[in-house]
Structure formats: C-alpha cells, structure tokens
Design a protein around this ligand. Sequence first.
Ligand SMILES: [Fe+2]
Length: 200
Amino acid sequence: MSSSRNDWFPTPIWHFTVDNYQRLNPILLQEIDAEQQRDRKGEKWSNILGWHSVNNLHERDRFSEFTQIIHKNVLEVATFLRWDLQQFSVNITTCWAVVNGKLASNSVHNHPNSILSGVYYLKAPDNCGSIFFSDPRPASQMLIPPVTEFNLWTFPKVSYKPHEGTMLLFPSWLLHGVDMNMSEEARICLSFNIGMSPLK
Ligand SMILES: [Fe+2]
C-alpha cells in the first residue's frame, strides 16, 4: 500500500524586515502625527476607536523611501507568483495610517479591488493587539473534528504579533482583523493596497 497527498490552494502571508527601520520610522511617525493633528476626526473603515488617516499618503514626498520599499517587496512577491509584469504593472493605489490607542481594534475585513495588501509596523508595544487572518475556506468550518493539536491544515485562524520594522504582505481577499490594544501606548502602522494596471 502506498499513499500520497497534494496540498492545493495555499494562502501566502509574506513578512519582510525593513533594514533601516530605526532611521525611517521616526520620519514616518512625525508625518503621521502631523496628519493626525490636521485631521483629528480621521476616516471610518474597519477601525473601532482607532484613528484612520486619509488614504493617499503614498503620494507625499516624505513617504517616497517607504513606497520604494513596498515596491521592492511587491516585486519579490510578483516574482515568486510568476506574475507576468510584461502584461501589467503593479502600483500602490492607497496607503493610510492607523493609530490604535488603548482598547482600539479593527473589525474583520478584506480589501476589495486590490491584488495585494500590506501593513508596516511603526509602533508595536507589548499587548498592543495582533493582526489575525481567518481561514479563507468558510466551508471548512462547517463541522470541525476535535484535534489533539492544530496544524497547518486545521488552524481556523493565525495571528501575528506586530514588530516594529516588519512589513506583512498578503492577498487582498484574505479576511483579517486586529485584536484590541491592551497597552497604554498607541499601536501605529501604515497599511496599503496594491492594484494592477494593463501596460499600454
Ligand atoms: Fe486591512
């Protein structure tokens, strides 16, 4: 008797460590703070109690180093996925900051009209809330046998504790949310969407 198994339809979540984050983050934090002073009300999306900026921060000069880092990481993903960049280009369509103070969180959502989404952590104190991703196969949750231990095939969701200087990239259709910030300090991140445009 022999057997084999195929594991089809994997869902990738990439993480990158930004080399020069100790130098880059204060510049970005200063910009975000100024924007929060200017626009105290912010925008309402998935944020619960947190502040969400306007979504065009990538167009600002002081974010150019950050957007270059995004492009470099997206190209790595595109190469891995064998995207044919002779036929289309990838570009940042939106980029926004989220500041979650104590007790703030983000409800479960995904990012329509994008091919990749990402988040970069600027301030991530202990207990500030992990980002979690849900199993994208809702039917897999219809009847769940007990397990002695969860593994890659049975996790209903996965969580990532945020780390300053880390960037995550994931498919935009993947449902995710952020746990409540139980720290006294703010959790600050930049999020972004990547879209595709046909080459002329
Ligand atoms: Fe999101």
